[in-house]
Design a protein around this ligand. Structure first.
Ligand SMILES: Cc1ncc(COP(=O)(O)O)c(C=O)c1O
Length: 314
């Protein structure tokens, strides 16, 4: 059974930040992290249409790919338990990583973990290798890394439709960007209206990622839009890197608003959104809506690796 909805209406909260007040910008946070109790933020948005499709195709197993601390792997494992699918995770890394909290949680949820080298993992999108995996591990519905595919983009576009249905108006949406699927969904949903800004959690990859987002939007809508942008200067050293200034920001944000951000995606999103507001990127009088995409399960792994606990534990 796949429920269609959890939150009845988008959950929005105002973020009274001095920088925004000075620039005459209204900053709001869409608490999409609270949308689904077990599959927070973009995870449910991306998975829901794929789980439906998997079921429609008669699959009982989901097979997907991820790094050793992947929020996506954790979400697929949780979805398997909730919606009665077997799950298989192809993990980049050594079997010793299975002890980390993300993978331990995946295993506890019954996910079968298969560890592969970086070289092998690079082949994750190649049909030949995927066919080999399916031949070896049994039939399964394939979910790409990060859960990003055409259906996932459609699922993320729902965020924009729900805002419209609830008559919530805004001038710009901002969102954290990894594989680009969530950003593509917002752009597709916006259909050329307003502005959509992606804040990349990764260092480098910018031209490729922009092209990827544009292709996903085109696949979803048959159209190209120019009302979006990918900002790449707020990566704080790169994907899942330790950054004392970023952690300090997340701590201050928690003090000010009582809302926890994660150190891989949403911390960078809010930091970048506030920096853009300060730079005058958004016109005075505009409303900017940042999308909280969840990711809080990532804190456990971050703390294991770097000894940096979330500000809630201070
Ligand atoms: C919490 C969180 N926010 C944002 C993203 C970025 O999403 P996408 O890969 O669709 O760009 C991810 C990645 O999966 C994530 O876990």
């Amino acid at each position: 059974m796949l429920p269609a909805e959890f939150a009845a209406a988008p959950l929005l909260t105002d973020l009274p930040e001095p920088v925004a007040a000075q620039r005459g910008v209204r900053l709001r946070l869409l608490r999409d992290d609270l949308h689904h109790p077990a599959l927070p933020g973009n995870k449910w948005r991306k998975l829901q249409p794929n789980l439906r499709e998997a079921r429609r195709q008669g699959h009982t197993t989901l097979l997907t790919f991820g790094g050793a601390y992947s929020n996506h792997l954790a979400a697929v494992a949780a979805a398997g338990v909730l919606y009665d699918f077997q799950t298989v995770g192809i993990v980049r890394g050594e079997p010793a990583a299975a002890r980390n909290s993300t993978l331990a949680r995946c295993a506890a949820a019954g996910m079968q973990l298969h560890f592969v080298s970086r070289e092998q993992y690079r082949r994750r999108s190649e049909p030949d290798w995927q066919a080999e995996l399916l031949a070896r591990l049994g039939p399964a519905y394939l979910l790409p890394e990060g859960g990003t595919n055409g259906l996932a983009v459609q699922g993320c576009a729902e965020i924009v439709r729900e805002l419209a249905a609830a008559h919530q108006s805004y001038d710009a949406l901002t969102v954290a960007c990894g594989s680009g699927g969530t950003l593509a969904g917002l752009v597709a949903g916006a259909g050329g209206h307003g502005r959509v800004v992606g804040i990349s959690a990764l260092k480098g990859h910018a031209p490729g990622l922009r092209a990827e987002v544009a292709a996903l939007v085109h696949e979803a809508t048959g159209q190209s839009f120019d009302n979006w942008e990918l900002r790449t200067e707020f990566h704080f050293g790169g994907y899942a890197r330790y950054s004392a200034p970023l952690l300090a920001f997340i701590g201050q944000f928690y003090q000010r608003h009582g809302i926890l951000l994660d150190p891989v995606y949403t911390g960078k999103l809010l930091y970048g959104t506030l920096a853009l507001i300060e730079q005058g990127y958004f016109a005075a009088g505009s409303t900017v809506l940042a999308v909280h995409t969840g990711g809080l399960q990532g804190w456990a792994g971050f703390t294991e690796r770097f000894g940096a606990p979330p500000p809630t534990s201070h």
